[in-house]
Design a protein around this ligand. Structure first.
Ligand SMILES: [Fe+2]
Length: 446
């Protein structure tokens, strides 16, 4: 007989070894809290045959977001499916949702996580997994939808409100986002995802000083987190510093916090690419920093996990001067796009391909081509995944291409709108002065 127990959120779980409950809770709580202890469950992968435990281990492998990840995750799903243990319908559905992810059927994974949210709304690990997939497809309303049943059933869990806050923010409902984030933080001041959602709200609303001060004040709490959460929150602090033209502070954050925690990890890599690119757009010389990042990107030439990731790998290689690798990466991306699964093919073909051509042109200084190609991709950029703040990189590169191509009226059109929504940005003020001078309108300068 297998003991019936409950996880930390009160969901019944089926385990052979009662001692497995600790590592399982490290997954359940650690995953929703973005904590590093989530990986502890891997230590019982070989001894605890519970299908739920096996599926959690598979999910951790998939989070590597690499070409090999499904191959590494598959044995855990096979073990879960081979099991003769009698498990609950909730556990069964969790296994099938992760299995769909292993098999590359993300829409099916989302459908299963949605169903789980309705029938077992305290399965918050499932809700967060569902949000992850929806985020990668640019489905912000879906992110908001999937948390709704839990808001009634698990309202006492601070991390749920952090998940809701980010969904509100991605839906451009900023007041609701801030309310949810502050609710989470009132319950748990050290809630990194709620802090993160608030950083998104503040940069979107142009509250640059407040955002910088807030993230700096809470940064001492960024301990025990997974590498994505810690480097990404530092990245958000760096974005505020960049708008304030504190380039020295941004380099310091890049060198000490953003790059170097887990250099092999996809999210750490794109955080680095994105920050170096933004530093260059702001006019800074990043020295040889592209090289170390590119050494790691070289190992991903055949990764086509998400278009949002591919594009940044490509740009990083190109900016490092790895022309052959960048050209090969573009070739492979173009070859992969028509073969992508039907649910992501349009994003690859109609957005990622022109964006990739634009990024390569930008990296090589072909400004008009960069502006043309990126301009084609921008209207549908949401479909490649990533957050507004992350995708803003591509909009900034498009604007930068217009500036460098001397397309001053197009640049003014975009840049003045940005300055209007972010009046505290010293970077935009400085760059706008140049635009108005070039347009023969120095008296308009901010
Ligand atoms: Fe973010």
């Amino acid at each position: 007989m297998h003991a019936s127990r409950h996880d930390a959120l009160g969901n019944p779980v089926t385990l052979v070894d009662p001692a497995s409950l600790g590592p399982l809770n490290d997954f359940v709580e650690g995953f929703i809290a973005c904590e590093a202890r989530v990986v502890n469950i891997l230590q019982i992968a070989g001894t605890e045959p519970s299908p739920l435990v096996q599926a959690c281990c598979a999910a951790l492998h998939l989070f590597a977001e690499s070409r090999d990840a499904p191959r590494h995750a598959a044995p855990f799903i096979e073990a879960a499916r081979r099991s003769t243990m009698t498990v609950t319908p909730r556990e069964q559905r969790f296994v099938e949702a992760v299995a769909a992810w292993v098999e590359g059927d993300v829409p099916r994974a989302i459908a299963l996580h949605d169903e789980q949210a309705r029938e077992h709304p305290r399965d918050l690990a499932s809700v967060k997994l569902g949000q992850y997939h929806l985020f990668n497809l640019g489905d912000s309303p879906g992110m908001l939808r999937i948390v709704q049943p839990s808001l009634r059933a698990a309202a006492e869990v601070p991390y749920l409100h952090g998940m809701a806050a980010f969904a509100w923010e991605q839906c451009h409902l900023l007041e609701q986002a801030e309310t949810a984030a502050r609710r989470a933080l009132a319950m748990q001041p050290k809630e990194p995802w709620a802090q993160h959602a608030l950083a998104h709200v503040m940069i979107t609303q142009g509250r640059i000083h407040a955002g910088r001060d807030f993230m700096e004040a809470v940064s001492g709490q960024w301990t025990g987190l997974n590498s994505f959460m810690v480097t990404h929150n530092w990245w958000h602090l760096a974005l505020f510093e960049l708008e304030l033209d504190n380039v020295g502070a941004v380099f310091d954050l890049y060198d000490r916090q953003v790059w170097g925690v887990v250099k092999e990890y996809s999210q750490d890599q794109i955080g680095a690419v994105s920050l170096l690119a933004r530093l260059e757009i702001a006019g800074a010389d990043v020295g040889d920093r592209w090289q170390d990042v590119a050494d790691h990107l070289e190992r991903r030439l055949d990764d086509h996990v998400q278009p949002f990731l591919d594009l940044q790998y490509l740009y990083g290689l190109a900016r490092a001067g790895r022309a052959d690798s960048a050209a090969r990466r573009l070739e492979r991306l173009e070859a992969f796009a028509p073969l992508a699964p039907p649910w992501s093919r349009a994003a690859w073909q109609q957005v990622a391909v022109p964006a990739a051509r634009g990024l390569l042109a930008h990296a090589h200084g072909d400004w008009s081509a960069a502006a043309d190609h990126l301009g084609q991709a921008l209207p549908r950029l949401q479909s490649i995944g990533g957050s507004h703040a992350q995708r803003d990189l591509f909009e900034q590169l498009h604007l930068d291409a217009l500036l460098r191509a001397g397309q001053w009226s197009g640049a003014q059109h975009l840049m003045q709108q940005r300055a209007n929504t972010s009046p505290q940005s010293l970077r935009l003020k400085r760059q706008l002065r140049r635009v108005y001078a070039a347009l023969g309108l120095p008296e308009v300068s901010p």
